[in-house]
Design a protein around this ligand. Structure first.
Ligand code: ATP
Ligand code: MG
Length: 333
């Protein structure tokens, strides 16, 4: 039976990398019935809404979705479409994986870090306001329930992925109540997973460590803001933002997406690196139980990168998105 998956092309280079990922999935022979839905700038243009209700309904019905990056429309008076998706679907955990592949320019070989970011609370909960004309505040909001939920998700995910260690990034020495609660919740949950090594790092030291000794890190759990930054940092350490891949998880649904954004500086030129989205699609296939096809895509990506003949600009080559996609499909067979 075909899997039903909601597909959101999104904005910017999403229009280039999502079709590429779809082509690669189709080349594996796995039957997927794609339900194409709108979100982001394209949705505003076509139906006058940033995240239409029928897009939410489709994801809830299919339980699995893949999306391209969405333009942040806040400056134009809309709520951020990513934040809307997160809150309407209860996507409390954002997983971002930064994996080194042979052939990619990077001073670090062998990095393979999974960052799990709590995605609904912290300073990004949206409680920001002006205090008179020359001052402003943003509230940092942390609950025990969500902290424990994301910690449990992280440890469970680490175990399922065969990982050995979970590190919590925080600043609990200063933010004793908020980050303190996050850390305390993670510690409590960690006690239920004795087979996993558990430790914690102050966020500043975590950044230093990630650049100095990234191979010492395996799975990193962080509150919203630090997690956002650490995921890009880890992607850079592994070689390129264009290779980062991941997904967003809630109690009922999974929404997969690459780590990079809309990349307006290169959008529409056919030169975006599609591998982040292609690896994202592989992660999705794995989630759907299509482990062989997922592995075949990973191996094809590793092969093309190792050979180093077809590389997009961000990886030091001159290939187009279409050439890179064709090379992956050729390597599948
Ligand atoms: P957004 O606000 O949507 O996150 P951004 O301006 O932050 O957009 P990113 O997509 O995060 O842009 O990209 C940051 C930099 O990395 C840009 O210079 C972009 O061109 C580059 N980049 C990101 N993704 C890719 C990719 N898939 N292929 C090539 N370069 C990329
Ligand atoms: Mg960005």
């Amino acid at each position: 039976m075909a899997h039903r998956v909601t597909l959101i092309t999104g904005d910017g280079i999403g229009r280039e990398v999502i079709p590429a990922a779809r082509q690669v999935v189709e080349a594996t022979g796995i039957a997927i019935e794609w339900e194409e839905m709108l979100a982001g700038e394209m949705a505003v243009e076509m139906v006058g809404e940033a995240v239409p209700e029928d897009t939410i309904a489709s994801i809830k019905r299919n339980k699995v979705a893949i999306k391209g990056p969405l333009t942040n429309l806040v400056a134009r008076g809309w709520a951020s479409p990513n934040v809307t998706l997160r809150s309407k679907l209860g996507l409390f955990a954002q997983v971002r994986r930064a994996r080194y592949f042979d052939g990619v320019p990077s001073p670090y070989k062998g990095v393979d870090i999974i960052v799990v970011r709590e995605a609904t609370e912290d300073t990004f909960a949206g409680a920001e306001q002006k205090v008179g004309p020359d001052a402003a505040v943003a509230l940092k909001f942390v609950t025990r329930a969500t902290s424990e939920q994301v910690a449990r998700f992280t440890m469970d995910y680490a175990r399922r992925m065969g990982r050995r260690k979970v590190t919590v990034a925080h600043k609990a020495n200063i933010l004793k109540l908020t980050d303190g609660l996050f850390l305390e919740s993670a510690r409590r949950v960690a006690a239920e997973f004795p087979e996993l090594e558990f430790n914690d790092r102050m966020i500043d030291n975590m950044c230093f460590q990630l650049v100095k000794a990234p191979l010492d890190y395996d799975v990193i759990l962080a509150p919203n803001v630090y997690g956002d930054i650490l995921a890009d940092l880890a992607a850079g350490v592994a070689g390129s933002l264009g290779l980062g891949f991941g997904g967003n998880f809630g109690p009922e649904v999974a929404l997969f997406e690459a780590v990079h954004g809309t990349a307006p500086d290169i959008a529409g030129r056919g030169i975006a690196n599609p591998l982040g989205e292609i690896l994202t699609a592989s992660m999705m296939l794995n989630y759907l139980g299509e482990t062989q096809a997922a592995r075949a895509i990973e191996m094809a990506v590793a092969k093309v990168l190792r050979e180093g003949k077809v590389l997009t600009g961000d990886l030091g080559g001159r290939a187009t998105t279409a050439e890179m996609t064709a090379a992956i499909i050729a390597a599948l067979n």
